[in-house]
Design a binder for this molecule. Sequence first.
Ligand code: C5P
Length: 222
Amino acid sequence: TKKIAIAIDGPAAAGKSTVAKIVAKKLSYVYIDTGAMYRALTLKALNESVDVNDEQALVSLLDSTTIKLVQSEEGQRVLLDEEDVTVSIRTNDVTNNVSYVAQHSEVRIEMVRRQQQLAQERGVVMDGRDIGTKVIPDAEVKIFLIATVEERAKRRHSENLSKGFPSDLELLKKEIEKRDEIDSKREASPLVKAVDAVEIDTTSLSIEQVAEAILEQAYKII
Ligand code: C5P
């Protein structure tokens, strides 16, 4: 069968990575989490006290940084300069700063360059904010996942509680809204639905239903 690229974009906490992983597994494709790359750079900037608003400083930091996404038994691991940061890129501090780092056009140019290299070989499911518009504009399948902010906050809240993490539903809602606002309003490739993307509202769908809907699009082609 033909190998294709599946681009999944959408706002924060819409379930992109969860369904992307399922779809990738089902097709034996590689899953590439581009948000993890922006998160890794953000973690390094915070650790090294580099200002998240200083574009030039972030660009030179990125130039001397390796970020690897490796598939393992337990799923995808993220290596920042060979150190495993899979867990530490998910802290609130990183989450609440990453959209500032991702605003800068020169940071994005380098990230997109790296992501395009990763997507060169087809047989990929890539998720992010600009995959269908910028990173893989010729992706054979483009999906735009949305859900109400209430639903997205609720899902993140239950996920936190199930992991035994402290969680505040109202605060989560505010943080998600803030991140969406920065991601959608930035000048450099803002979060928008590609004209040829299929929009799926996941508000009242299960994870399995969303994965099925995406696979249905893929099976039309492969
Ligand atoms: O997908 P995730 O929530 O991990 O992404 C974290 C942040 O990284 C997003 O809120 C956005 O600011 C940035 N991002 C981006 N472009 C991508 C992926 C993520 O700007 N392709």
